[in-house]
Design a protein around this ligand. Structure first.
Ligand code: HEM
Ligand SMILES: [Cu+2]
Length: 550
């Protein structure tokens, strides 16, 4: 960012500039491994999920490369099944679910509400270790032969037919579930108990509200996945006949259990993204968020309604027509709070003094991509339309628009936004902007094509395909290179800043929420004295010496 922008955006001087920052406070690897500082834990989570993103991303590039030609390109059919399964499992369980809450959330939440740490700092460290253990067990499948069931592990294929490392991957996911639950519990208690004086619920930044709603889902839904996976492991190890029809079990029951978690889980993935986008849009357009309460409550509403719609994954599984119709109707309801958010973000931008910094570019990309993802979700929620589109590339395109175009893009936008705070370094604004543009172009090339592929009948998870699909597949594959390049350049810009970056000021974007009122990087205690909060997170008009630009 440019010099002049810094000046015109600074709102207040840091009030905790002295004291040692949390990075230099202690040194040596042990001081990290046994730390209970939420900022260090957040940073270690950050490194872990970015690493997971790279692993999942390499599988993605391999899968896409295989699909460049209708027949064999680089791998066998069996290898292909393993590649897309691990891609899906790693991206979901090791990247998207923990990405924003465990890394950015851990780092920011206590600072944003003016606390010194989360409510249970040791539990926080435990959740990181639980995550590492689960992740390693899941990845151990790589060395002992892979897994080819798809990330949903549907029975009876996963319990009886597949000869692969199903138990490792599901056990790993089971264990990582505890990490998710612990983080959720910790956040809920932290927000209830540790808000600074004056930090009422309605003065909290919207990211906190989003993390609150996410935590509720994590705590309530994750145990269902845990039980399901344990049952699956027992089924596979001892053939006890819960899910396997040959043993008197019910495979559709597995699907109910699985999606009762996994649909709410998509809100564990996207709600934190909503929170990040609210921050980016408000700060980089210097506007009071339009409809603060509507955005806050819509997060909670989405979290609650999200529990009622799992059956839309099972329209073709033989559930009754009445059940299908009800699930279809309930699915449409989720569109309302989601629509409210998009409307309010757009209204916030309206006449704001928008600065096209890298985080804002990512936020605008999010708005477009998530809107496409959400609208195509409405198509899939229509019972009759889904019969045609089910298990085609239309679905692949839809969930990538939501998960990558939504959550992953929000995660990177947030990473650029808070990077100066976390590391004390400014990255190259030009390179950052380049990455955002490449991600946006590459993403649409990769995935928009797949809406056409799917509606023309290209099934998902197929190794070979009819020649007529090749032009679109090839275009999508080339797009994945542009997308991969965009992400790589973005990560490169951040890493390079650690060495060559200019020192970051406390408040490079002129934000009003508390994290911008402390030093970059913050001191171990976050604030020298407990801050007293006198205005909302976005009250630019009320903030001292500053006018809202509108
Ligand atoms: C870097 C860009 C990415 C590319 C090019 C990509 C590409 C693909 C492809 C080609 C498939 C296989 C579709 C099929 O055969 O049915 C797939 C599946 C999947 N991807 Fe991605 N992906 C990317 C990023 C992500 C991310 C960030 C996530 C995060 C959640 C993700 C989640 C999934 C899931 C859940 C599946 C389903 C696997 C299955 O059906 O079993 N992808 N992806
Ligand atoms: Cu769903």
């Amino acid at each position: 960012m440019s010099q002049t922008a810094t000046v015109d955006h600074v709102v207040s001087a840091p009030d905790s500039g002295d004291g040692v920052d949390y990075i230099r406070a202690k040194s040596g690897i042990m001081s990290w491994l046994i730390t209970i500082d939420h900022k260090r834990i957040g940073l270690m989570y950050l490194a872990s999920v970015v690493l997971a993103f790279l692993v999942g991303g390499l599988f993605a590039l391999a899968v896409r490369l295989e699909l460049l030609t209708p027949d064999r390109t680089i791998m066998s059919a069996a290898g292909y099944n393993q590649a897309y399964t691990l891609h899906g499992a790693v991206m979901v369980f090791l990247f998207i679910i923990p990405s924003i809450p465990a890394s950015l959330g851990n780092f920011l939440l206590p600072i944003m509400i003016g606390a010194k740490d989360v409510a249970f700092p040791k539990l926080n460290l435990l959740s990181l270790y639980v995550f590492w253990i689960g992740a390693l067990i899941t990845l151990s499948s790589l060395v002992i032969g892979g897994i080819d069931t798809g990330w949903t592990f549907y029975v009876p294929y996963s319990s009886r037919v597949s000869t692969t490392a199903v138990i490792n991957v599901t056990l790993g996911a089971f264990i990582m579930g505890f990490s998710s639950i612990l983080t959720g519990l910790n956040f809920i208690v932290t927000m209830h108990k540790l808000r600074a004086p004056g930090m009422s619920w309605y003065r909290m930044p919207l990211l906190c509200w989003a993390l609150y709603a996410t935590s509720l889902v994590q705590v309530v839904a994750t145990p269902v996945l845990g039980i399901t996976l344990v049952l699956l492991i027992f089924e596979r190890a001892f053939s006890i006949g819960i899910f396997d029809p040959a043993l008197g079990g019910d495979p559709v029951l597995y699907q109910h259990f699985f999606w009762f978690y996994s649909h709410p889980a998509v809100y564990i993935m996207i709600l934190p993204g909503f929170g990040v986008i609210s921050e980016l849009i408000a700060v980089h357009s210097r506007r009071k968020v339009f409809g603060y309460k509507a955005i806050a409550f819509s997060s909670v509403a989405i979290a609650l309604v999200g529990f009622l719609v799992w059956g839309h994954h099972m329209f073709v599984s033989g559930q009754s027509e009445l059940a299908g119709t009800i699930f279809s109707f309930l699915t449409f309801l989720v569109a309302i709070p989601s629509g409210i958010k998009v409307f309010n973000w757009t209204s916030t931008l309206w006449r704001g003094s928008i600065k096209l910094d890298t985080p804002m570019l990512y936020a605008l990309a999010f708005l477009i991509l998530f809107t496409i993802g959400g609208l195509t979700g409405v198509f899939l929620g229509m019972l009759g339309v889904d019969l045609h589109l089910h298990d085609t590339y239309f679905v692949v395109a839809h969930f990538h628009y939501v998960m990558v175009g939504g959550t992953a893009v929000a995660f990177f936008g947030g990473l650029f936004h808070w990077w100066p705070k976390m590391t004390g370094k400014m990255y190259s604004e030009k390179v950052g902007a380049l990455s955002a543009v490449l991600v946006f172009i590459g993403f649409n090339m990769t995935f928009f094509t797949q809406f056409f592929l799917g509606s023309r009948g290209m099934p998902r998870r197929y190794y070979n395909y009819l020649d007529q699909f090749q032009p679109l597949h090839a275009f999508s594959t080339v797009g994945s290179w542009v997308l991969g390049l965009g992400f790589a350049i973005g990560i490169g810009a951040l890493l390079a800043s650690l060495k060559n970056g200019k020192k970051a000021p406390a408040n490079p974007w002129g934000g009003l929420s508390l994290e911008w009122q402390t030093a970059s990087p913050p001191i171990t205690e976050n604030f020298k004295d407990t801050p007293t909060v006198t205005h909302g997170a976005y009250d630019y008009a009320l903030a001292q010496g500053q006018k809202d630009h509108t």
